[in-house]
Design a binder for this molecule. Structure first.
Ligand SMILES: Cc1cc2nc3c(=O)[nH]c(=O)nc-3n(C[C@H](O)[C@H](O)[C@H](O)COP(=O)(O)OP(=O)(O)OC[C@H]3O[C@@H](n4cnc5c(N)ncnc54)[C@H](O)[C@@H]3O)c2cc1C
Length: 538
């Protein structure tokens, strides 16, 4: 017997939890989440949430900053909506119990928050909880969910595929999802009045990433398989400096360290940023990431060095206590030796195309947060705008659904998951090998600097890997590892196809064959199953 619910939410980060809390006012909510409920990109967000929260700031300034970062591709209405609705969403989070840092001597109200200034922002507007904002947001939202009886959460449950009625001869409507219960190994059929993808980003498609293991682009891959439109996958944001250590690959080293005088060096100790940009180590994020990538590719080095040893040790310990502690854990004393760093995949600007209520191109299917592409980020995300987008779009989707969801409709008759002749896998090594291959080839061929030849090569290899994965998928019982592998391969295909179709360099997409912006190409790239990547005017 299938499970049924009004709202099936896939993912428990800022977007999924915020949606669930609002939707619970008018329906039953079932959240499925891959690992523990708090494990998400949200939990690792350090900087904070951008919103206009002080008299010294203005909506116009936040809008202008976002449009500038987006390099001509932001959808102005998406920017307007997220910016203008941001302050109310931050206030709502505070009412739910999130505690953000307050200015010294603060009384009550938003105006009393201690707001950070971040790169690309022209005013102090980033609400934060020390440098662990995401952890606090996730804690507050999960506490509120625990107090809400209309919400049920299933941990260790991984959505496998969306159920679309068209597949069974019905209309093109999404009616639920097949979900793998990690404990029993069984695949459940869950039917819902609306399915809300809130499954986050896909950093794991690259060898180095700041994202946790859950970030395998499942939502984008499932939506693509179901026939939904996907957009702008060529715009993947890389953070320039992530600690290089086999066991600690996803620890960010803040860009503020270069602001305080840290110098990027080759392994032989020579500084290199001045060779790439007149601003040297203070060049913007994308320029620094490209320069590091260039140096690593040229010398074959696995990483470069970030050196702050010229500063007084007491200053370094005081200014960067978290990084100092974390690096010590891995045997690196940053007051005395340089930090090995690499750039790392950080944020997916593209995703499932939605309107400004979170509706995808398939009726019944909604997408919010990092897995969606609303047009807010354009070709490059402004720092701290992603938690903001998750909050705003979750609320808009919940509001839209409150008035449109059809509760009385009988449940459709869909087949349960077919195990067929599948058997338990005897060759787990194939999965490990292919995981590694996808991530490595994406890093080497489809990373920060691309070229037409490398993209072609990557496309051929991903296609071959996909053939093997599909064969494996039908032969053996599904496991989370196998599902994730299938999804990162699909996301890889989408990034490659979108990147290959853009014949210019803009925002986060840089190709050595077309190194300049082409003003005629200020368009989105869209792709659907069976329809190759192509431009769509805006
Ligand atoms: C290190 C780091 C620092 C960051 N700093 C900031 C910052 O300061 N400010 C900012 O605005 N943004 C920041 N970001 C980006 C921001 O954190 C994310 O974009 C945002 O949290 C995404 O929220 P989300 O709800 O869309 O997805 P997530 O928070 O990633 O949640 C996705 C959820 O979906 C679940 N899931 C995925 N696939 C499945 C499946 N198949 N079945 C079931 N469940 C599934 C996951 O387990 C998870 O619960 C940072 C990101 C990282 C990694």
């Amino acid at each position: 017997m299938p499970l049924t619910t009004d709202y099936l939410v896939i993912g428990s980060g800022v977007a999924g939890l915020s949606f669930a809390l609002e939707a619970a006012a008018h329906g039953e909510v079932l959240i499925v989440t891959k690992r523990s409920a708090d494990e998400s990109n949200t939990k690792y967000a350090q900087g904070g949430i951008a919103a206009v929260l002080s008299e010294a700031d203005s909506f116009e300034a936040h809008i202008a900053d976002t449009l500038r970062a987006g390099a001509g591709l932001c959808h102005p209405l998406a920017v307007e909506v997220c910016v203008r609705e941001g302050p109310a969403r931050v206030q709502k989070l505070r009412e739910l119990g999130a505690r953000f840092d307050r200015a010294a001597g603060a009384t009550n109200g938003d105006a009393d928050l201690d707001l950070h200034l971040e790169g690309g922002h022209s005013a102090r507007r980033v609400a934060h909880a020390a440098d662990m904002t995401g952890r606090e947001v996730e804690r507050a939202l999960l506490d509120a969910v625990a107090r809400t009886p209309a919400i049920r959460t299933l941990e260790d449950h991984t959505a496998v595929d969306l159920i679309t009625l068209a597949k069974y001869g019905g209309p093109e409507v999404c009616a639920g999802a097949y979900v793998l219960d990690g404990a029993s190994g069984k695949v459940l059929t869950i039917l819902a009045r609306a399915v809300i993808l809130a499954s986050g980003g896909a950093g794991k498609v690259y060898l180095y990433t700041t994202n946790p293991d859950v970030a395998t682009g499942d939502g984008v891959a499932m939506a693509f398989r179901a026939g939904a439109e996907i957009a702008n996958m060529e715009f993947y944001q890389f953070h320039p400096t992530c600690l290089y250590h086999p066991q600690a690959r996803r620890f960010l080293i803040t860009e503020a360290m270069r602001g305080e005088g840290a110098v990027l060096r080759r392994l032989d100790g020579t500084p290199f940023m001045a060779d790439h940009d007149p601003r040297g180590d203070l060049a913007p994020r994308d320029v620094v990431a490209r320069a590091i990538d260039f140096e690593m590719k040229k010398t074959g080095a696995e990483h470069v060095l970030l050196d702050i040893t010229d500063k007084e040790p007491a200053f370094v310990r005081d200014r960067f206590p978290g990084i100092h502690q974390e690096c010590l854990r891995w045997g690196i004393d940053i007051t005395r030796e340089p930090i090995p760093v690499v750039p790392a995949a950080h944020f997916m600007c593209g995703g499932i195309t939605t309107n400004l209520e979170g509706r995808t191109t398939i009726p019944g299917l909604w997408a919010i947060g990092e897995c969606a592409c609303t047009g807010l980020h354009g070709a490059n995300r402004l720092a701290s705008n992603s938690l903001l987008e998750g909050l705003v779009m979750a609320s808009r989707a919940a509001n839209a659904l409150a008035s449109t969801v059809e509760r009385g409709r009988p449940w459709p008759d869909v087949p349960e998951w077919e195990v067929g002749s599948a058997t338990p896998s005897e060759e787990a090594v194939v999965i490990t090998q292919n995981w590694d291959e996808v991530r490595r080839l994406m890093w080497n061929y489809v990373g920060i600097v691309r070229s037409t030849t490398r993209l072609r090569r990557a496309a051929r290899r991903v296609a071959l890997l996909q053939e093997e994965i599909v064969e494996y998928y039908w032969k053996y019982f599904v496991t989370r590892d196998l599902l994730e592998l299938r999804n990162i391969a699909t996301v890889a295909q989408l990034v490659i196809e979108c990147a290959a179709s853009r014949h210019e360099s803009r925002g986060l997409h840089f190709t050595s064959d077309y190194p300049d912006v082409d003003p005629k190409l200020a368009h989105d790239t869209v792709i659907k199953r069976g329809v190759p990547a192509h431009p769509r005017g805006r």
